[in-house]
Design a protein around this ligand. Structure first.
Ligand SMILES: NC(=O)c1ccc[n+]([C@@H]2O[C@H](COP(=O)([O-])OP(=O)(O)OC[C@H]3O[C@@H](n4cnc5c(N)ncnc54)[C@H](OP(=O)(O)O)[C@@H]3O)[C@@H](O)[C@H]2O)c1
Length: 264
């Protein structure tokens, strides 16, 4: 078989993938894509019952194990690390996806909400990545391990809607991605970010209920994202085909980041 064949270039079979917040929304879209293509997938969230339910459902297609952990605290992150390391001694793909938003004007924003957003969106991402470097380190030059951070197009533009700390956290996620790529890639790890536009999820339910049609019309492709869009980019970034892509932030938004937008 030639190394240019699609089955080799885009294969993720057998790769060990950890997706934080993999129980619903964007994380679940990616988890389904990896499980369907033969990866060994670990998902995490705070809610034990949902973890069990989703891992049971995905286990009907392939390998999926759920780990319950609250990543907004150090104890929670350490619990995730302990449970993951009890199962695996290596990690091929870390997807830092768990995130939270907080709609408020600057004048109304509380310190508690600031901490909630920053602790999960940025602090958890930084320290989880730091602590997983030893198991991610990979000497395979042709197929390094991957860190994929989920940013947002709200970190690429100043969004019109009131979600300021979320937007600031996503700018930081994009910069963290570049800094990690520059500093740790020598260990055999590439680091990239996906910056989604609107996709259906619990996080976007309020906005989509109020303005889905408007959001679709504002988009150059006249639609919101669908699960295949998210699974596709995550699979690509995890495959051999993306081995030489490092330190980039890829908008997956139908081109919405090119326009100024305000939906609610
Ligand atoms: N949907 C979009 O349109 C969109 C656009 C741009 C960027 N994003 C980004 O995509 C990522 C996923 O968003 P989503 O829309 O899929 O959100 P979502 O539906 O709210 O899902 C968030 C996931 O993270 C988990 N989670 C939340 N808080 C957690 C915590 N403290 N510790 C561990 N897990 C936690 C949730 O499970 P539990 O609640 O059970 O813990 C859930 O599995 C986020 O980083 C978000 O900023 C989303």
């Amino acid at each position: 078989m030639s190394q240019f064949e699609i089955n080799i270039l885009f294969d993720v079979k057998g790769k060990i993938v950890l997706i934080t917040g993999g129980t619903r929304g964007i994380g679940l879209m990616m988890a389904r894509g990896f499980v369907a293509n033969g990866a060994k997938v670990y998902i995490s969230s705070r809610t034990a019952s949902v973890c069990q339910e989703v891992s049971r459902e995905l286990s009907e297609i392939g390998f999926c194990k759920a780990i319950q952990a609250d990543l907004s605290s150090k104890e929670g992150r350490l619990a995730l690390l302990d449970q993951f390391r009890a199962c695996e001694s290596r990690l091929d793909v870390l997807i830092n996806n768990a995130g939270a938003a907080w709609g408020a004007t600057i004048q109304e924003h509380s310190e508690e909400a600031y901490d909630k957003v920053m602790d999960l969106n940025l602090k958890a991402m930084f320290f989880l990545s730091r602590d997983l470097i030893p198991v991610l380190s990979n000497n395979t030059v042709g197929d390094p391990s991957r860190i994929i951070n989920i940013g947002s197009i709200d970190g690429m533009v100043v969004p019109g809607h009131d979600n300021p700390i979320y937007s600031i956290s996503k700018v930081a996620v994009h910069q963290l991605t570049k800094i990690l790529a520059a500093k740790i890639s020598g260990l055999g790890i590439t680091v990239n970010a996906i910056a989604p536009g609107p996709f259906e999820s619990k996080m976007t339910a309020f906005m989509l209920t109020k303005a889905q049609r408007e959001i679709e019309l504002a988009n150059p492709l006249k639609r919101i994202g669908i699960p295949e869009d998210m699974a596709g980019i995550a699979l690509f970034l995890s495959s051999k085909a993306a081995s030489y892509i490092n330190g980039v932030v890829i908008p997956v938004d139908g081109g919405l980041h090119l326009k100024s937008y305000q939906f609610i």
